[in-house]
Ligand binder design. Structure first.
Ligand code: SF4
Ligand code: SF4
Length: 497
């Protein structure tokens, strides 16, 4: 590295506001509005010491990247920032209905704390379901997604149907755009339910934990293979979409993966399984500390450094597959890249600033308890009511949105006041989770330098900026492609069907 004397005299006030972080052999700099550059050692030293020579390539690069004070357009920067925050004034779009806690599978990590199949007292009633729908349709958001969760929602099929029909009928007067999503293990699917879901344009989402042996070890279905059941129905649904003339690149079953310690050596098999099932996206999610995963943590958990090694191997492999023409993206990477390369926020509620607790999503428990988010509801099942914000039978939408807990979480997840995030180069693209911090560190705010969630967010962004800094054209092209989200218009319903 050159000394200051070798570099020449600093020009006062050269740099606009920036944060920085070393990635690989280089350094990433980011601005308040999410502008970014990856600089080599000499470039960064010149920039940081205010010794950038006039009329050089470096000066041009910094000026075009919005990193020099001279010529800095404040209004344009404000506009870039505004574009990233359009979600702030909208209101909750995602409304999660836990229609039952009962489930016919036993998953080693069950985040929902499922109940046994005879626990019918954990089924949502039609009355509670209607109260939840009324609150969801009172949202200031012009579009509303009603997501069926459990337990296994198909166990309480009559209430799933009732919610769909009641919501569509009520919405005739209200006129919002509605989407329905079913998150199911698919093992209780049958012809009648399948046709109903297709006819009512319900999106279907399931869990696939990797190849059959791994999936069946983690998700046990007494006497049967949970993997076989889920994959049979994935194929059926995907085929049905094709037969209805829907583009298979856009319309297919979405699957979610939960990574346990047993998953780590199988990064390649996991990717191959998803590609083999026709999935276009794989979400490499680490274990959350909720539900049974919280209790059996020591058996399933792993250091986040091991997770990052697994993540990098899997995504490197996915990038290679993309070069061979296979379309598969990693969902975490796509979320961050949309913010980094696209300058927009994809409104993924758990990596948002502020996060979606209450102001982006609301969760309704089977017994009518209302929570800031599904994770807050999961903690309730573990005996902690911190994130409960009301009862569906009596709360108004205004009560929920103005609840002190919703306000507190909006502040706690605001990265401008998070002591570590405020100095972090990844602040423009990142998000923290107050429920995770509360569970793992005992406080909404948490300490990000010791947070396992921050370790993953930082690790993934380090990986992405390293790739962007290396600049391999094919890799950069693939990463850009991962930011393209094609709307699934077929599932949007704005009036009765
Ligand atoms: S508190 Fe956590 S889980 Fe809940 S919305 Fe915020 S980030 Fe998501
Ligand atoms: S959570 Fe971690 S990676 Fe994200 S902005 Fe905060 S300190 Fe940075």
């Amino acid at each position: 590295m050159k000394t200051l004397t070798q570099l020449g005299s600093p020009r006062a006030g050269t740099q606009a506001f920036f944060r920085y972080r070393p990635v690989g052999e280089k350094t990433v700099i980011t601005g308040l509005d999410g502008s970014w550059l990856v600089l080599d050692d000499d470039e960064f030293t010149r920039f940081a010491t205010g010794t950038v020579e006039p009329d050089t390539e470096l000066e041009k690069k910094l000026k075009e990247g919005h990193f020099l004070r001279e010529g800095f357009d404040v209004n344009a920067a404000a506009e870039r920032l505004r574009k990233r925050k359009t979600f702030v004034g909208t209101g909750p779009n995602l409304h999660i209905l836990v229609v039952t806690l009962r489930c016919n599978e036993t998953c080693v990590y069950c985040h929902s704390s499922r109940s046994l199949m005879d626990a019918t007292d954990t089924d949502m009633t039609e009355e509670t379901a209607e109260q939840a729908v009324n609150l969801a349709l009172a949202s200031t958001s012009p579009s509303v997604t009603l997501e069926f969760q459990g337990g296994e929602p198909l166990v309480n099929w009559p209430v799933v149907k009732h919610v769909i029909e009641y919501a569509l009928e009520r919405n005739e007067e209200i006129g919002k755009q509605i989407e329905f999503t079913l998150v199911s293990n698919l093992s209780m699917m049958d012809e009648e339910k399948f046709q109903y879901l297709l006819d009512h344009k319900v999106q279907i989402c399931t869990s696939i934990d990797g190849p059959p042996e791994l999936h069946d070890k983690q998700r046990k279905l007494p006497g049967l293979s949970a993997h076989e059941k889920a994959t049979e129905w994935i194929a059926r649904v995907n085929q049905a979409y094709k037969e209805r003339g829907l583009d298979p690149d856009v319309y297919h079953v979405e699957a979610l993966l939960t990574t346990t310690r047993d998953t780590l050596p199988y990064w390649k098999e996991v990717v191959d399984t998803y590609v083999g099932l026709g999935c276009r996206a794989l979400f490499l999610r680490p274990l959350d500390p909720f539900g049974f995963a919280g209790k059996s943590g020591p058996r399933l958990e792993y250091p986040r450094g091991d997770f990052m090694e697994y993540y990098q191997k899997a995504v490197d492999y996915m990038l290679e597959l993309n070069k061979q023409g296979v379309q598969i993206l990693e969902r975490y990477a796509a979320i961050f890249l949309t913010k980094i390369l696209g300058g927009e926020d994809p409104n993924y509620l758990d990596i948002r600033n502020p996060c979606g607790a209450g102001i982006g999503q609301v969760a309704y428990n089977y017994d009518g308890g209302v929570f800031t988010c599904d994770e807050g509801r999961m903690l309730h099942e573990m005996g902690d009511d911190t994130f409960k914000i009301g009862e569906a039978s009596e709360a108004t939408y205004r009560d929920l949105m103005g609840h002190p807990t919703v306000r507190a979480l909006a502040i706690a997840s605001n990265l401008d006041v998070q002591p570590d995030c405020v100095n972090c180069a990844y602040q423009p693209y990142c998000g923290v989770c107050p429920v995770h911090s509360h569970k793992t560190q005992g406080h909404y705010f948490g300490r990000m330098r010791e947070s396992s969630l921050c370790a993953v967010h930082k690790g993934i962004q380090d990986y992405l900026f390293t790739k962007l800094g290396e600049g391999d054209p094919e890799t950069v092209e693939t990463l850009k492609r991962w930011t393209t989200v094609r709307a699934r218009e077929h599932f949007l319903q704005s009036c009765n069907i």
